[in-house]
Write a protein that binds this ligand. Structure first.
Ligand code: HEM
Length: 399
């Protein structure tokens, strides 16, 4: 265990919570030397900063790396834009990405999840190890996104590698070489080519899928360009995939460490929706994202100059006793949570939160209905290594 905050160190990544506590208590406006950036860790500070987009801008990227948007080689997507451009784009996209469209997916997702559980049973019967993350949590969001984006069954084998490439890029914070080089670049180029064709086809002959809805969405006479729609496909795939899979895997891990709470949830699955924010608060898929100051800011007597990168440590803020009381570090699936930062807040509040919660609810309902003692083998598990996200590469299932 370490309480030293070093976002790159394996010890910190394995258990960041002691270091988060130290930052909150002793160094709430932390200056990191190399790479140079600031870090906010208290709930109230992060909450207020994220809600003040005119002072804490997303327009220069979300990591602490310089020239992140240039490296991306793409037009900035909505998550890297500030109001008023962001406001317009988000309103337009909301026309295609409606709660009704998401709710309508429930039965399809349930059928997929049941199919995965059958496959896992077959694997186990063959004596193979079943991996909760790879075999269960992670395929579900990929399936949901492919469906929403209108990728037909026959093309799914092409879609999966694009998703992996984008996810890897995101975990590396776009620093593993410029996007213009390497396998990831090819995957992105291929994906953009594919969706450009889909957009062109839908503009000619709209169907009832989400891309068609985006091509016809209109706010105050403005419509989405092909680039806007491609950008949205990109953030959906990069931001909505691993995050969701890891919420499901973390939920099972947390409940395996608290069998009394798992029993309650299995006995009464109507507790699941209320427990999801608690899982995300305890083990957030997004631990930290950055902003850039547009003016000098003084916080707790420390001045952050203009033009500086400031990381919002969502994972630290979500464990702050000042917000969640003395039991902030303990799982409580019935905890009232009036607000949390698992999906951020303010103008960039996760547009996919309903979809993520729907998937996690269906996955947990089906998993525990079939395997009330489902748990994880932490001794053989492997985490992703990232300063920004928290999640798994492998997480064996135990029954
Ligand atoms: C448990 C799963 C998820 C978590 C933890 C999560 C977390 C987040 C967070 C923290 C942000 C704010 C980024 C910032 O602070 O700059 C965000 C934004 C966003 N998320 Fe999610 N997300 C999840 C699932 C999804 C899904 C399923 C989708 C879509 C399919 C999605 C699409 C987006 C988009 C498009 C934005 C940008 C919104 C904007 O800029 O206005 N997310 N998400």
């Amino acid at each position: 265990m370490t309480d030293v905050y070093d976002p790159f160190s394996p010890a910190f990544q394995a258990d960041p919570y002691p270091a988060y506590r130290r930052l909150r208590d002793d160094d709430p406006v932390h200056r990191h030397a190399e790479p140079g950036y600031w870090a906010l860790s208290r709930f109230e500070d992060v909450w207020e900063a994220v809600r003040d987009a005119s002072t804490f801008s997303s327009g220069d990227g979300l990591t602490f790396y310089q020239d992140e948007i240039g490296k991306l080689g793409l037009a900035p997507t909505m998550v890297m834009l500030d109001p008023p451009r962001h406001t317009m784009l988000r309103r337009l996209i909301s026309h295609g990405f409606t709660p009704r469209r998401i709710t309508a997916l429930e039965e399809l997702l349930r059928e997929f999840v049941r199919g995965r559980l059958d496959l896992m049973a077959a694997k186990a019967a063959e004596g193979e190890t079943v991996d909760l993350h790879r075999d269960f949590s992670s395929p579900l969001p990929t399936f949901a996104l492919a469906h929403l984006l209108g990728v037909p069954e026959a093309e799914r084998a092409r879609f999966d590698p694009w998703v992996s490439a984008l996810t890897t890029l995101q975990d590396d914070g776009f620093d593993a070489g410029s996007l213009k080089e390497g396998a990831a670049a090819n995957a992105v180029a291929e994906m953009f080519g594919y969706f450009s064709d889909v957009i062109a086809a839908r503009r000619k002959a709209p169907t009832d899928d989400m891309i068609s809805a985006l091509t016809v969405a209109e706010v105050e006479g403005e419509r989405l360009t092909d680039w806007d729609i491609l950008g949205f496909c990109f953030v959906m795939v990069a931001g909505g995939n691993d995050t969701t899979g890891n919420l499901i895997s973390h939920a099972v891990m947390l409940l395996d460490a608290h069998h009394d709470q798992r029993e309650r949830l299995v006995a009464d699955p109507s507790l699941i929706p209320g427990a999801l924010p608690e899982f995300l608060r305890m083990e957030g898929s997004v631990q930290a994202l950055g902003r850039t100051t547009t003016r000098p800011v003084i916080l707790h007597g420390v001045e952050i100059p203009a033009g500086e990168k400031v990381m919002m440590l969502y994972g630290a803020a979500n464990r702050d006793e000042r917000e969640f009381g003395p039991t902030a570090d303990r799982l409580d699936i019935t905890r009232p949570i009036p607000r949390h930062l698992g999906f951020a807040t303010g103008v960039h509040f996760c547009i996919g939160s309903h979809l993520a919660k729907l998937q996690a609810r269906v996955a947990l309902e089906e998993l525990y209905a079939r395997h009330p003692h489902a748990g994880v083998g932490l001794d053989k598990a492997k985490r992703i290594s990232s300063p920004f996200t928290r999640g798994w590469i492998t997480l064996p299932l135990t029954l």
